[in-house]
Design a protein around this ligand. Structure first.
Ligand SMILES: Nc1ncnc2c1ncn2[C@@H]1O[C@H](COP(=O)(O)OP(=O)(O)OP(=O)(O)O)[C@@H](O)[C@H]1O
Ligand SMILES: [Mg+2]
Length: 370
């Protein structure tokens, strides 16, 4: 049986037009969420108001479009509770968290905030964050990274910003995030001494991450990647509540247990209606000088996790010893060996991330790079 995923559903939905404006319902932000579980599809729509005259036409068009997809077992189409009352203007209401702590920050100059997450520690989230950021920059996008790993901030080390300090100030008085390889970075490491133990309490962690987003002058960004600590803790909650995420990327290693860990990580984002842009399998294999491959951490866990969880698979990143050595010296592999195989893999993943974002959110979210 054909397995369908969320990206395919969003692609199908992009063909449904709103009758009054002649634009796709995705372009008009009329989809609150679309989820797929075992080939059963659930879609909730946001209408301009409860008195919207084309309600039934759009509901039917969505139902028929999904039903026409090969492999679909069941379709449920509903109206989101976010549909405003009849008098409100035709625009999508701000996406509030289910249990709001503080309102989501509007980051008007940042087109996409993307969380880089994993169920388990040490699988390569930070390596993926820095290399993906550099690959997106090489593709011509404007990119920043928020190091949300408040207790073990490693992004500055891997980005060659080990000794950086916050010194610059924008004309509006806001401090500028330090920058290297054309990527802007904000990390708690810029605020403390390297050997200083980090002992923030939960509420402070929340405040720090929110300040990273709003109190620094990021200028215009196509992508702000958020490197998260492992698991499903405070930092994850804060970022989901503080910013409107365009999506999450799950990093995993190929072991069987990886599927279990990824499922937990994914459930957290899906539960908050944040789409998964895909799974990256890191440390997939080691290739020796003679071209022989060794699958040190097992085989194909990331791909099979993506298939079972019905989310896109973004690719395999092999284990490369020099990548680790250079990472410690502050040189991402995409930078120090920009014409090499590993850099090409990261650029392919970056391309795929952009393609998936466009499918889910529409073209305007990721315009062509300048
Ligand atoms: N594909 C790779 N090839 C070689 N080394 C890698 C690769 N991916 C990650 N590493 C190395 O493995 C170590 C752990 O990676 P990293 O710090 O990115 O993991 P993490 O998931 O961010 O860890 P944590 O959960 O502690 O934040 C680092 O030394 C990193 O340089
Ligand atoms: Mg990390």
């Amino acid at each position: 049986m054909t397995e369908i995923n969320q990206a395919q559903v969003m692609q199908a939905l992009s063909t449904v037009m709103e009758p009054e404006q002649g634009k796709s319902i995705i372009e008009l932000n009329m989809i609150d969420f679309a989820s797929v579980c075992d080939n059963s599809v659930k879609v909730e729509l946001i209408f301009p108001s409860t008195a919207y005259p084309h309600r039934d036409a759009v509901l039917n068009a969505v139902r028929e479009t999904i039903q026409a997809m090969e492999g679909v077992k069941q379709v449920t189409v509903g109206i989101s509770l976010k549909t405003p009352a009849a008098t409100a203007p035709f625009q999508r209401p701000a996406n509030q968290p289910t249990a709001p702590v503080a309102p989501k920050q509007l980051l008007p100059n940042i087109k996409n905030v993307i969380a880089i997450s994993s169920g388990k520690g040490g699988v390569g989230k930070t390596s993926v964050s820095v290399n993906l950021a550099c690959a997106l920059t090489q593709l011509g996008y404007k990119v920043g990274i928020v190091d949300a790993d408040i207790y073990g901030p490693n992004v500055p080390i891997m980005m060659g910003l080990r000794n950086a300090k916050i010194t610059g100030e924008a004309p509006n008085g806001k401090p500028l995030p330090p920058q290297n390889y054309d990527v802007k970075v904000m990390s708690v490491a810029f605020l403390i001494k390297e050997e200083q133990p980090v002992v923030w309490r939960g509420p402070l962690l929340d405040r720090i991450i929110r300040q990273f987003l709003s109190d620094f002058e990021w200028d215009e960004l196509d992508f702000l990647l958020v490197d998260l600590p492992p698991g499903t803790g405070d930092a994850q909650l804060t970022i989901m509540q503080a910013a409107s995420l365009s999506g999450a990327i799950i990093v995993t290693t190929p072991q069987e247990v990886a599927l279990h860990d990824s499922r937990k990580g994914l459930a957290m984002f899906i539960g908050q209606n944040i789409p998964c842009l895909g799974i990256i399998e890191n440390m997939s294999y080691f290739e020796c000088d003679h071209g022989q491959r060794y699958e040190i951490f097992g085989h194909g866990g990331g791909k099979s996790a993506a298939e079972k969880l019905n989310v896109p698979f973004l690719g395999q990143v092999p284990l490369v010893i020099e990548q680790r050595e250079h990472a410690d010296m502050g040189q991402p592999v995409v930078i120090y060996d920009s014409n090499g195989k590993q850099a090409a893999i990261f650029r392919e993943i970056a391309d795929q991330v952009v393609a998936n974002l466009r499918q889910i959110h529409g073209q305007q979210k990721v315009s062509a790079p300048v």
